[in-house]
Design a protein around this ligand. Structure first.
Ligand SMILES: Cc1cc2nc3c(=O)[nH]c(=O)nc-3n(C[C@H](O)[C@H](O)[C@H](O)COP(=O)(O)OP(=O)(O)OC[C@H]3O[C@@H](n4cnc5c(N)ncnc54)[C@H](O)[C@@H]3O)c2cc1C
Length: 246
């Protein structure tokens, strides 16, 4: 095997996630025209402007009484770059989501790895489902940063050695850890996004509290910001009704 010294290559250490809305067709009007076909029997895209108060009321009623399907007639595509352990959790969301992820078979994986930032709480107390996270000490932060970097360097060096020796990418990648960044496009609609946000964010307005891992919550928070801008009435109704997907 070719011997590559661990410090012969650069690795990138990140403590954040990237979420970009790359494509969307999603407005509150999409909810209204879908709902009003029940009574009007025709598309009614102007309704939002005509009577904003009624529109707001209708969206709130749909949310409150969990008439979910009118919230499906829209689409948002996000580019996400995050550690693989976030993707493993993310892709458990099967319904109303489409995914395409970069391939570790077809391309060489880049040395970009996750190390928790200084404000990431490190210590957990309590029992599963009821954990409380508290700050780590400076020593714990130091240990985490150093250990992760050492381990990432070692793993990536081994990966490179195998590639240099002619081993296929799909075989060599086995040594890479779940802290490695991956990227994907994820497409959803407002209903599936609300279900995701109800489970993957912690929020004071949530009627049913969830306890997600902080890193997937970081992705959720960024998606939520984009969605809130596109569909403000739907977003307000989601919050007003305890952040339970209809
Ligand atoms: C805090 C937290 C901790 C978790 N811990 C674990 C864990 O320890 N281990 C683990 O394996 N997972 C864990 N999960 C993942 C969890 O079990 C779900 O897989 C994930 O949250 C996706 O939820 P979902 O199935 O409701 O979403 P989706 O797959 O998007 O489904 C949406 C909804 O469609 C319906 N649906 C979808 N598929 C079916 C089906 N086959 N049959 C009937 N109805 C269906 C359900 O109503 C479901 O809520 C955890 C999730 C959270 C938020």
């Amino acid at each position: 095997m070719t011997d590559i010294p661990a410090d012969d290559f650069k690795i990138d250490l990140r403590n954040d996630v990237t979420v970009e809305l790359v494509k969307s067709s999603a407005t509150d009007s999409d909810v209204l025209f879908a709902a009003r076909v029940s009574t009007l029997g025709e598309q009614s895209l102007d309704e939002l402007q005509k009577d904003p108060e009624r529109s707001k009321g209708l969206i709130n009623y749909l949310m409150r009484d969990r008439h979910g399907s009118p919230f499906e007639h829209n689409s948002m595509t996000f580019f996400v770059s995050a550690p693989i352990f976030v993707f493993r959790e993310f892709m458990r969301h099967r319904v109303g989501w489409s995914y395409n992820e970069e391939s570790g078979r077809y391309r060489e994986l880049q040395p970009v790895f996750y190390v928790p930032g200084q404000n990431r709480k490190l210590v957990q107390h309590g029992r599963p489902g009821k954990y409380v996270f508290v700050e780590g000490t400076p020593e714990q932060h130091d240990l985490v940063s150093r250990s992760m970097e050492d381990s990432y360097r070692q793993a990536y060096r081994t990966y490179q050695e195998m590639l240099a020796a002619g081993v296929a990418r799909e075989v060599a990648r086995s040594v890479l850890p779940v802290g490695l960044y991956s990227s994907m496009y994820a497409t959803c609609n407002a209903r599936s996004l609300m279900h995701f946000l109800g489970l993957r964010t912690q929020h004071e307005l949530a009627k049913v509290p969830s306890f997600p891992q902080r890193e997937i919550e970081m992705v959720g928070e960024k998606m939520e910001q984009e969605w809130a801008r596109l569909m403000p009435l739907t977003y307000a109704a989601f919050n007003a009704n305890g952040r339970v997907a209809p």
